[in-house]
Design a protein around this ligand. Structure first.
Ligand SMILES: NC(=O)c1ccc[n+]([C@@H]2O[C@H](COP(=O)([O-])OP(=O)(O)OC[C@H]3O[C@@H](n4cnc5c(N)ncnc54)[C@H](OP(=O)(O)O)[C@@H]3O)[C@@H](O)[C@H]2O)c1
Length: 309
């Protein structure tokens, strides 16, 4: 199958390309100028240079393809540069889907995220609206909603390498957020980290599986851990025996983030704190059973890449 991928140069995309190639598919990637080097085995892929906002580039990317996979997503906006959730996660998808339909493609898979149904912040709202637009489009569609995704980021950042760099490595106690006024609940938020290779396998496996048409799959790994347990696991995997932690009220962190989030150097946004406080627990068993995948467990042995970084 020829598979058009928008957002295939990222962390998940690199594993998806590997998985598609292993399955005998031919990936066709829309690649922003300067991101070509991020594509693994690019001699076995078709690369189309352009942006998701460029209609001609989108049309060329989907031309001759049998399926479309949309992976583009961001965690923070920079409106002055045109980088908004609306443009990247909603309009970019709407335009990609329109281009795919015009090219006769009737198989579309969308990367969403766990928790989007809460629609509490623009990240979730725009992904949820993209899901709804897809569901009404008349194509054979599938949506995946992963929890946090871990795995060797191959030179990029994923959530474990980022937590290690920002929370674990600095010589300060790691901050754990708590809702309300009870610091004893700091870091209690449940998460279901899911392995990137398992996510990629789900995307590739669903392509020609009619049982996945019209389905939304939550994707969480087999272990549910608290945020505090995750930070501890990352510290140990990175070679530290322990890491001191310090409780911080979520409302206070949000107030500071609102002031500084417009600066790229500030590590997180108020909306990210909101999503963190929601927790990120997801049951991936329906997808893993359907696609015959034995999911990788989150733990020190799966985080060997942190010791190298
Ligand atoms: N990672 C997670 O824990 C996680 C969890 C749940 C859902 N997701 C979703 O999974 C998808 C892939 O995540 P990821 O971790 O692979 O992200 P990533 O590594 O940041 O990759 C994002 C992709 O989107 C492209 N992109 C980023 N900003 C763009 C912009 N302004 N205009 C056009 N393209 C842009 C990137 O292109 P360049 O390479 O050119 O920058 C890259 O191909 C996203 O939709 C994300 O919301 C991720």
């Amino acid at each position: 199958m020829k598979v058009a991928i928008i957002g295939g140069t990222g962390f998940v995309g690199s594993y998806l390309v590997d998985e598609l190639l292993a399955g005998g598919h031919r990936p066709r990637l829309l690649v922003r100028a300067g991101s070509e080097h991020k594509v693994p085995a690019r001699e076995r892929c078709d690369l189309i240079t352009g942006k998701v906002s460029q209609a001609e580039a989108l049309a060329e990317c989907v031309s001759g393809a049998d399926a479309l996979i949309y992976l583009v997503g961001i965690l923070r906006e920079f409106p002055a540069r045109g980088i908004t959730f609306e443009a990247i996660q909603y309009q970019g998808f709407v335009d990609s889907l329109a281009a795919a339909r015009a090219a006769g493609i009737d198989r579309v898979v969308l990367m969403s995220a766990n928790g989007v149904e809460q629609a509490a912040v623009a990240y979730q709202q725009t992904k949820r609206r993209a899901e709804q637009h897809l569901a009404e489009s008349g194509v054979h569609w599938t949506v995946f909603r992963p929890s946090v995704i871990f795995g060797d980021p191959r030179g990029r950042m994923e959530f474990c390498t980022q937590l290690k760099a920002e929370l674990v490595d600095p010589p300060l106690p790691a901050t754990l957020f708590f809702p309300g006024i009870n610091p004893l609940t700091a870091g209690d938020q449940p998460m279901s980290p899911v392995f990137v290779g398992d996510v990629a396998r789900c995307f590739a496996a669903c392509l020609d599986d009619p049982a996945s048409f019209g389905q939304i799959y939550p994707l969480g790994g087999p272990r549910v851990l608290s945020w505090k347990e995750i930070v501890g696991t990352i510290a140990r995997a990175g070679g530290r025996r322990g890491k001191l932690t310090m409780p911080a009220p979520a409302w206070g962190v949000k107030a500071v983030a609102r002031v500084f989030e417009g600066f790229a150097w500030f590590p997180l946004t108020a909306d990210q704190v909101t999503m963190l406080m929601q927790g990120n627990e997801a049951d991936g068993s329906r997808a893993f059973t359907q696609f015959g995948i034995e999911p990788t467990r989150f733990g020190e042995s799966a985080l060997g890449y942190l010791a190298r970084g």
